[in-house]
Design a protein around this ligand. Structure first.
Ligand code: AMP
Ligand code: GLY
Length: 426
């Protein structure tokens, strides 16, 4: 089958790496891709938000599967656009409809969905300009800390955990009155703070049946010991040691199944990955957020641990047979350590020459490119997150050590990474 993958980050390199290994994959295109994805297939320069260009490319290249990496085109309706094209009736689009993608695109939509479907999540209220004053008094009498979320997509920056009522009100004002995140913060969700340990659970679904992929935990803070600013993700591990037994039974029974039943009952068209951002509060799982795509950097550990053929999974999704699918998982642990540009997530420079990416790493290591571009015969940094160095190990500690060892061969000016990924599980 000819496959088109949309996106250009570490997640997409990991997906491209996995797709290219499939016995069903004849030709893989990545739009726009990065120098890493170019090792797995052909990069094509299409803007992934130019849906007409994507549709034309699919027709010209007899594409049978489109895999959408990031959330933006999904929330903007790429699924619906491609499905509506009479010439693309047989195309399998991996991703939800725009309506279902509101599970990620609108926090208020996701919260209301969870409430209707009895899915455990933090207590909340939503506010706009219209009931702004009520929101302020709601915040005043709320217990601390208070979680304040811009309703729409805000590139991972729309969540503030305020330690005082003053900070909460200031944030609330900035979001609603000053439109800090534009339209995305014209509505704000105020919710209860949940104390616990987070994990990411992934399902592939056709909106009725599902399979669970390996779970993972990501590390969002820039500094060792989970200190400092939030980032797009500094590393991830899989499996998550506490994601087993009774806890996972609760995850499936109280969260995953009711979500899929909710999609079906509410006729939300969904053919793709559901990312459950969960928190374990004293043994009870709660949903922090839904995403309508795979996680980054979680994909860089989930794909290495997925032993099943990913294209076969997409075919089963299309044929509505995921319910019987026996997924194969590599029993080794995997960890990924993300290399970032010095200064990230604040100001950083791009265009630094990277050396050592083509070193001969151990067989247990895979280097996924993220913010990298090639220029003549050099590789240059091209973003905050530059690469994700993933390794297998007999346990998480060994996998992280192997990645850190591999990183000693890679260099660029002001390279930074965390050495303590998976620290709670050592
Ligand atoms: P979100 O964009 O909703 O995933 O939120 C970003 C991060 O904020 C999450 O990964 C959590 O670490 C944190 N967070 C969000 N909501 C809550 C909550 N209700 N309680 C505690 N932490 C939260
Ligand atoms: N790692 C979190 C995310 O992809 O949103």
């Amino acid at each position: 089958m000819n496959i088109l993958l949309l996106g250009s980050g570490g997640r997409e390199h990991a997906l491209a790496w996995k797709l290219s290994k499939s016995k069903h994959c004849s030709k893989l295109f990545i739009a726009p891709g990065n120098p890493g994805t170019a090792l797995c297939g052909d990069n094509v320069s299409i803007d992934l938000n130019d849906f007409s260009a994507v549709a034309t490319f699919c027709k010209q290249n007899k594409i049978e599967i489109v895999v959408v990496g990031p959330e933006d085109p999904l929330v903007k309706g790429i699924y619906d656009f491609l499905q509506a094209d009479p010439a693309l009736q047989d195309l399998i689009v991996v991703g939800p409809s725009a309506h279902a993608a509101q599970l990620e695109g609108s926090k208020a939509f996701a919260k209301a969905f969870m409430q209707r479907n009895n899915i455990p999540t933090a207590a909340y209220r939503e506010f706009t300009k219209e009931n702004f004053e009520e929101g302020k008094s709601y915040i005043q009498q709320h217990s601390l800390p208070i979680v304040i979320k811009a309703d729409g997509l805000a590139a991972g920056k729309g969540v503030v955990i305020a330690a005082s009522h003053e900070e909460a009100i200031k944030t609330f004002e900035e979001m609603i009155l000053d439109a800090k995140f534009g339209e995305a913060s014209s509505k704000v969700v105020i919710e209860q703070f949940l104390q616990g340990i987070e994990l990411s659970v992934f399902a592939l679904t056709d909106g009725n049946e599902f399979v669970l992929l390996p779970e993972a935990k990501d590390y969002k803070r820039i500094g060792e010991g989970d200190r400092g600013l939030n980032t797009g993700g500094m590393g991830a591990v899989s499996p998550v040691p506490f994601a087993e037994g009774d806890f996972m039974v609760k995850v499936v029974e109280k969260i995953v199944k009711p979500t899929i039943v909710g999609l079906s009952k509410e006729k939300l068209v969904y053919n793709g990955f559901v990312f459950f951002g969960l928190i374990n509060v004293e043994g009870e799982p709660f949903v922090i957020e839904y995403n309508c795509r795979m996680g980054d950097p979680e994909t860089e550990v989930v794909m290495p641990r997925l032993a099943s053929d990913l294209v076969e999974l997409f075919i089963c999704m299309h044929q509505h047979t995921l319910g019987q699918y026996k997924i194969q998982i590599d029993q080794r642990a995997a960890a990924t350590v993300v290399l970032v540009s010095g200064g990230y997530p604040e100001n950083f420079e791009k265009g630094k020459v990277i050396s050592g990416l083509n070193s001969s790493f151990s067989d247990d290591t895979i280097v996924f490119h993220a913010g990298i571009k090639s220029s003549s015969d050099q590789l240059l940094t091209n973003g905050g997150r530059v690469a994700a160095v993933s390794s297998y190990g007999k346990n998480i500690t060994e996998a992280v050590q192997t990645s850190v060892h591999a990183i000693s061969q890679i260099q660029y000016e002001k390279m930074y990474f965390r050495t303590d990924i998976g620290y709670e599980f050592k």
